[in-house]
Design a protein around this ligand. Structure first.
Ligand SMILES: [Zn+2]
Length: 260
């Protein structure tokens, strides 16, 4: 791609796509002109799109540190301050720009590329730090008006309280660790002992989904919590398989990738 041609308003379809990305970035980058920002870099179209994808949502990306370490560091000219920042993040997004990808009743008109671009606004490193990805399909009319009751919130609360008590006892005397989510790699080795069968399931998932080390550790923590909720001291293949199911966006990436 001849970069001079871009400046001369001779863009064709490929250039327009890149411009669309730039347009999306512009209002989010706090007044920085993205074209100028990257003008000095000798990037091809794909590389530029990758760079842009990484900075498209800077406000979200700054969550990485508190999500990982439970602290936030504010740096100013003369001073750097670190504050505690442990929180629970709940976020929702559509599966694609039109919102109907995977919907049995509506057809999605988005191409694989636009779906991938849409999803990559949430960067891989940020996604890695979100423990549970869950697909929430539209509620069918029958379920909406149905009177059939599932487990009550009160019953679920008791189960959760029991699981929290198990975790408090597990980490008693350990500073800064009160729940499975806070486990270090060392804690994981100690509290998530894996049988050969469980290890085989995990190995397959890591290979198939291309899970990062961080995502792998999060799967183990979730599996530990699933086991605690079930009142089980051992981690079974069922617990680990359920935890892997909660990496649905990693699985989606694989699916979108295949559809290309
Ligand atoms: Zn769509």
């Amino acid at each position: 791609m001849d970069r001079a041609a871009l400046g001369a308003h001779e863009q064709h379809a490929v250039d327009l796509e890149r411009d669309e990305v730039l347009e999306q970035l512009a209002p989010r980058s706090r007044g920085i002109d993205a074209r100028r920002l990257f003008a000095g870099l000798d990037l091809g179209d794909e590389q530029l799109a990758a760079v842009l994808d990484d900075v498209v949502c800077p406000e979200l990306e700054v969550l990485r540190q508190p999500m990982e370490d439970g602290v936030v560091t504010l740096s100013r000219a003369a001073v750097s301050l670190t504050y505690p920042a442990r929180f629970m993040l709940a976020a929702a997004m559509n599966p694609c720009p039109c919102g109907y990808f995977g919907d049995p009743l509506h057809s999605c008109r988005c191409g694989p590329l636009s779906i991938e671009r849409y999803r990559s606004r949430i960067s891989g490193p940020l996604l890695d730090r979100i423990d549970i990805h869950l697909e929430v399909p539209a509620v069918a009319y029958g379920d909406l008006v149905g009177t059939q009751s599932d487990e009550t919130s009160a019953a679920i609360r008791i189960r959760v309280q029991r699981a929290r008590a198990v975790q408090r006892a597990r980490f008693q005397g350990q500073r800064g660790v009160h729940a499975n989510a806070h486990m270090t790699a060392r804690d994981l080795r100690r509290h998530c002992r894996l049988s050969g069968a469980v290890e085989a399931v995990l190995k397959q998932a890591v290979t198939r989904l291309g899970l990062s080390a961080r995502a792998y550790h999060r799967v183990l923590k979730i599996a530990r919590t699933i086991a605690d909720l079930a009142g089980s001291a051992e981690l079974t293949t069922a617990h680990v398989s359920e935890a892997i199911q909660y990496r649905s966006l990693d699985r989606k990436r694989e699916f979108v990738g295949e559809g290309r």
